[in-house]
Write a protein that binds this ligand. Structure first.
Ligand SMILES: NC(=O)c1ccc[n+]([C@@H]2O[C@H](COP(=O)([O-])OP(=O)(O)OC[C@H]3O[C@@H](n4cnc5c(N)ncnc54)[C@H](O)[C@@H]3O)[C@@H](O)[C@H]2O)c1
Length: 256
């Protein structure tokens, strides 16, 4: 019961990482509002709510709802995101960029803007935003997606700084390849073409991750166990981003 009686909002909670996190937070004793543009599942200690994480009106309403229902707000996991596809810089349009940045970057900005003043009244809180290894360097997403996630990593640093003295921690998680709705086409393609062994093969663990592995990182950042972690981007990628690309076989390194 690491979140006993805490009040938490999770966005993007109808699928993948958000759904797993809402369930884990609730299992750890939190009152959870699970928000999504699609209908999220309810459950013990989980209240589903339709909201667009990139709309200021919806985010303000979501946060007011948490306070009206549970009397305050302690944790926000601003996790909703869209991939926007893998089209190149030369194929994407300004409209593509506007929508991807609206959901992936303006969404977390709005969550921080509206949640932090209420958390201040509670004398503290934890805000977690989902970035990505795509925000660290190229090669893990489309151009607007990567830029949006790099923006999230910077946003948590700026927000943590601007919230100095408020006891509100703001951190990001950078997942690597995780099997969710977002990566389903890729997993389906690999399985159908007999290339399942290629899923996650570039990281030292040589496998993709599951939503629960990100949910547990979010739980750590949400709980008091991470009470001195602030403005940090926690990479959870099986080691994908620690190495420059190299050919294992050329260097005589076969798999263990
Ligand atoms: N799956 C991966 O490999 C991976 C890797 C790095 C980062 N991420 C990030 O993880 C987060 C969660 O994605 P996922 O992998 O669980 O994918 P997912 O598609 O399974 O879940 C994303 C959820 O966000 C919701 N959503 C989309 N736009 C929304 C909006 N405007 N408002 C509210 N909800 C909205 C979707 O309906 C969906 O339920 C995203 O921010 C994504 O960029 C995923």
């Amino acid at each position: 019961m690491r979140l006993q009686d805490k009040v938490a909002i999770v966005t993007g909670a109808a699928s993948g990482i958000g759904r797993a996190s809402a369930q884990l937070f609730a299992a750890e004793g939190a009152h959870v509002i699970a928000a999504d543009v699609n209908e999220p599942e309810g459950g013990d200690n989980i209240v589903p709510l339709r909201a667009d994480a990139g709309s200021e009106e919806d985010v303000a309403h979501l946060i007011r709802s948490a306070v009206a229902r549970f009397g305050g707000l302690d944790i926000v996991f601003a996790n909703a995101g869209i991939s926007g596809g893998l089209a190149s810089i030369f194929e994407q349009t300004p409209e593509d960029w506007s929508e991807i940045l609206r959901v992936n970057l303006i969404g977390p900005f709005l969550a921080i803007k509206h949640a932090a003043p209420l958390m201040k009244e509670r004398r503290g809180g934890s805000i977690i935003c989902t970035a990505s290894v795509a925000g660290i360097r190229a090669g893990a997403g489309g151009p607007a997606y990567s830029a949006s996630k790099a923006g999230v990593i910077n946003l948590v640093e700026v927000a943590a700084t601007q919230l100095a003295g408020a006891n509100i921690r703001v951190n990001a998680i950078c997942p690597g390849l995780i099997e969710t709705g977002m990566t389903k086409p890729f997993y389906d393609w690999a399985r159908q073409s007999g290339k399942e062994d290629r899923l996650g093969h570039l990281n030292p663990l040589k496998r993709g991750g599951v939503p629960d592995e990100i949910a547990h990182a979010a739980l750590f950042l949400a709980s008091d166990e991470s009470s001195y972690v602030n403005g940090h981007a926690l990479v959870v990628d099986g080691g994908l981003s620690i190495s420059h690309p190299y050919n294992r076989q050329e260097y005589g390194q076969t798999s263990a």
